[in-house]
Design a protein around this ligand. Sequence first.
Ligand code: NAD
Length: 483
Amino acid sequence: MTKTIKNYVNGEWIDALSSDLIPVYDPATCELLANCPDSTAQDVDLAVKAAKGAFNEWRSTPILSRAQYMHHFKVLVEENFEDISKILVKEHGKAIDESRGEVRRAIESIDFAISVPVLMRSDGLEDISSGIDETTLRQPAGVFAAITPFNFPFMVPLWFLPTAIACGNTFILKPSPQTPLSTEILFEMLDELDLPEGVVNLVNGGVPSATALMEHPDITGISFVGSSPVAKIIYETCTRNGKRVQAQGGAKNYIAVLPDANMEASVKNILGAAYGCAGQRCLAAGVAIAVGDAYDQLKDELTKQVQNLKVGYGLDETSHMGTVISDSAKQRIEAMIQQGVDDGAELIIDGRNIVVEGYENGSWVGPTLLADVKRGSTMATEEVFGPVLSLMKADSYEEAVEIINESHYGNAASIFTNNGKYARDFKYNVNAGNIGVNIGVAAPSASFPFGRQKDSFFGDLHGQGSDSIEFYTERKIIIERWV
Ligand code: NAD
């Protein structure tokens, strides 16, 4: 019998009160893996009560002990490394090595939280006035929640949960209902830590539970990662309800290749950036803009090398690329490829209709390469979230920057060049939150904030790094005189 995933509330696995279920399929085999409950406002309320009830005890737990819990958590994730990676393959469809990369990145976020005794320290001044000292104290701010996407179902929750609780807050996670098994194993490990009941809670579901979190008066703030239209809804709803919010949205990421770039390294990086995780990454390269003479060379090299990428079942170690998340995602991506052709692009490699032997009904889209993509067209401007790379030509470096800056997204942009002047200008003038110089995937490490601009981010303080400490704490200024 297919299992129904439970919620984790107040230190216990419990059935959701809601009887509505969302099926979870392996996108390669089409096997029904589990049912995910579509939790309601009542389910959310149970979790919020538990988190609120746990807050006072948890905030007064010594910070070194809170850091130790995170240290133990890291050990458990390392011990379960392969099991987690395999679950990611099953429910998401990505290749096993990509899954391992996701778990490795997740561990970096736990490492960051282990440093909380240093990160939460604040400052002060003696004798700010005669006999008066002034200091800043950082305190946890209450109950926080995160609403997370399907594409990095293990890593993205850990951008938030470890730091939030290490700072002394209590926490509720609402993961994507498309990939609830990775968060189930995450909470199995959290359960082994013997944290005080209610410190961490898991509510599974879709829009009803997300909405209930945003409207609950006892939640201080929400961290969100997902598509831009939903990020905007989250930002507006949370601010209307007086909550802190960091809403990280979608992306269209551009890579500019200058004629002086090392072409071999550029192509290798572009391949990884465009087709890794079947393009289902917020940092995926959607467009390569080749400047002048670089165009023909890049087109020829990409054409040769894209054909060598092996699409196959994620648990097969030789596969470079797995499936996309679902059949509806496949149909949406294929429609966008057709749109690109209708808009006048040259379809060099078509990933539609590929067949993977033994997995004929899976949600496969092969690596796709479009060339001569027109400025302003859908493929030049809109997120595909699939394994499709658009190649554009710019007559000059300046034109490449114009193309990038006219995007309504501002997540990441990279340049490949050996010219320091252009590299500096790119860092200086390109409007994107993460800039790569001779780097295909400009992914900030856990100790740096994840930069994003324009429609890729709604809020003030970003996820990760020093911003996350600001987001999850309240500052209190103490002014003292002792006579
Ligand atoms: P999504 O926006 O559909 O869903 C994200 C989360 O929001 C899920 O938990 C979902 O249940 C919930 N949700 C959906 N509609 C909602 C609504 N109307 N109200 C409240 N909650 C709602 O995103 P997805 O398809 O799961 O993930 C892919 C998207 O995430 C892509 O656009 C990708 O670029 C983006 N993403 C961004 C980052 C980043 O760091 N900026 C990282 C990963 C993914």
